[in-house]
Design a protein around this ligand. Structure first.
Ligand code: PLP
Length: 487
């Protein structure tokens, strides 16, 4: 091995050795994912192990293999296995390997992509990704967007764009936002971060299918206008985290048009199901929204850290986020040459485009269509299997790939039923094959909820590209066994 010229610059041979050593661990880790525990973490043991990893800033180096031991043997195994096939909790992640390779390339290139002039061709690759996403949603020519770190920041920029386009100088204190009682909390947080008073976020009750009630939206907007407030933003869900419910997006687009509100659709979980015919039908009207959040690190199975905001009028993002300074290069007004820093809150940023571009170019879009279609099928198989278990109720039919359910034996209600279902969850995850989570469904409001269940429920969310029929079968077996032990 030749000598390093500079301390922090490995020689070519050292670079290869670094990657080879990491690669050996990565390959065996990924290959063993199906056999790893799904994520039943011993919290006390993990806390002790975490404290044992505390260390002062190093003054002496340690061999790479020792450090890889820390990551792969001590740290990673003590976690929810969000990359594994048994992860059916919250909204599953993914982590397709081609994206990791793209990240290695992007980080090694380390080119600046905050302004287009700095790397026009690399920025074009990312612009292609944005254009593909616009096509997926059904947006036309004038639409554009940017890749961000996740759904939360996409929702944040959507609120900022809506605030700028609709509220203008009317004063934040009067601006009001309309969301359903099933909205993801990141939307309410986004409104708060964007300066909208918490009290001005209206939680509209949802209907029997956990979709936002349209009559209640119209009433609330009219009431607030009459009271001198400034309604400016309506947010619909293309897949809620609780039950996977998809709001009636076409009807919301009508309401937004009639009332002059900005319509944002939070498609962080469900948006990419528009790649499938069933998802497209469920989300009819999404293309009429002023903006849409998508999370490639959910629906495209990418590694964490990739979200996206699209706007039907791409220039609206530049109007609400754009800044310029004398030390920056001249900006282009063409959407595809628009600096990401002008459309988004960030200036210096990771080159995220490559982690989408590379796998898309290698596999082509059909691979995702088929994988997402499989998830829709698996959710239906799961719902049918759950219904066949005595005293298990599927509390909402899967609209996408979330299946909420619970045990409802006769005579067990209220807090006792909630506790029984918490116990059910503990017993299911203790078997180590699936990792699931629960949620609380709100009590029905005063309208068209028609016998909708409330209280604590368990849920399967099928979204990992690694989850297939065998794991759903295992999940059903584990529910069956846990329910039998409880009854
Ligand atoms: C519907 C929905 N919206 C927004 C978010 C927030 O996205 P992120 O966690 O990528 O910030 C999530 C996350 O699960 C979600 O399910």
């Amino acid at each position: 091995m030749s000598e390093r010229l500079w301390e922090l610059e490995p020689t070519p041979a050292e670079m290869r050795a670094l990657v080879d050593a990491a690669m050996r661990r990565i390959v065996s880790h990924v290959a063993s994912l199906p056999d790893q525990p799904a994520g039943d973490l011993d919290a006390a043991e993990a806390e002790t192990a975490a404290l044992a990893l505390r260390a002062p800033m190093p003054e002496e180096g340690r061999p790479l293999e020792d450090l890889l031991d820390v990551v792969f043997d001590r740290a990673a195994p003590r976690s929810w296995n969000a990359a594994g096939p048994g992860y059916l909790a919250y909204i599953p992640g993914g982590g397709i390997f081609e994206s990791a390779v793209a990240d290695l390339i992007a980080d090694s290139l380390n080119r600046y992509t905050g302004v287009s002039a700095a790397a026009p061709c690399l920025c074009q690759l990312e612009a292609n990704v944005i254009r593909w996403f616009c096509d997926i949603v059904g947006y036309g020519e004038g639409a554009y967007g940017f890749l961000t770190t996740g759904g939360s920041l996409a929702n944040f920029s959507a609120v900022v764009a809506a605030r700028h386009e609709k509220l203008r100088d009317e004063g934040l204190a009067r601006g009001t936002v309309y969301v359903s009682d099933q909205i993801h909390h990141s939307v309410e947080k986004a409104a708060h971060l964007a300066g909208i008073p918490r009290a001005n976020v209206r939680r509209i009750p949802s209907d029997a299918g956990f979709r936002i009630r349209l009559d209640a939206v119209r009433d609330a907007v009219a009431r607030d206008r009459a009271a001198g407030l400034s309604p400016f933003l309506l947010v619909g869900s293309a897949g809620t985290v609780n039950t996977g419910a998809v709001d009636d997006l076409a009807a919301l687009a009508d309401i937004a048009r009639d009332t002059g509100l900005w319509l944002h659709v939070d498609g962080a979980y469900g948006g990419f199901f528009t790649l499938t015919p069933r998802g497209r039908r469920a989300m009819a009207g999404i293309e009429r929204a002023d903006s849409v959040s998508l999370d490639p690190h959910k629906g495209l199975f990418l590694p964490y850290g990739t979200g996206c905001l699209l706007a039907k009028d791409g220039h609206a993002l530049a109007r609400s986020h754009g800044y310029w300074a004398d030390y920056l290069p001249q900006q282009s007004d063409t959407l595809e040459r628009m600096d990401v820093s002008r459309l988004s809150p960030e200036l210096t940023r990771a080159f995220r485009g490559l982690r989408v571009w590379l796998p898309f170019m290698l596999h082509v879009v059909g691979a995702w269509r088929r994988a997402l279609d499989e998830k829709l099928d698996l959710a239906r198989v799961a719902a049918e299997g759950l219904r066949a278990i005595e005293h298990v109720r599927v509390v909402a039919e899967p609209q996408l790939s979330v299946v909420p359910f619970r045990l409802e034996p006769p005579g067990v209600t209220g807090a006792a039923r909630d506790e029984m279902n918490r116990d059910l969850l503990r017993r299911i995850v203790a078997r180590g094959r699936v990792w699931i989570s629960g949620t609380n469904l709100p009590p029905p409001g005063t309208g068209a909820e028609g016998g909708r269940p409330e209280g604590w429920v368990l849920r399967f969310c099928v979204l990992s590209f690694r989850t297939h029929a065998d794991r759903i079968e295992a999940a059903l077996e584990d529910v069956r066994a846990a329910a039998a032990a409880l009854l």
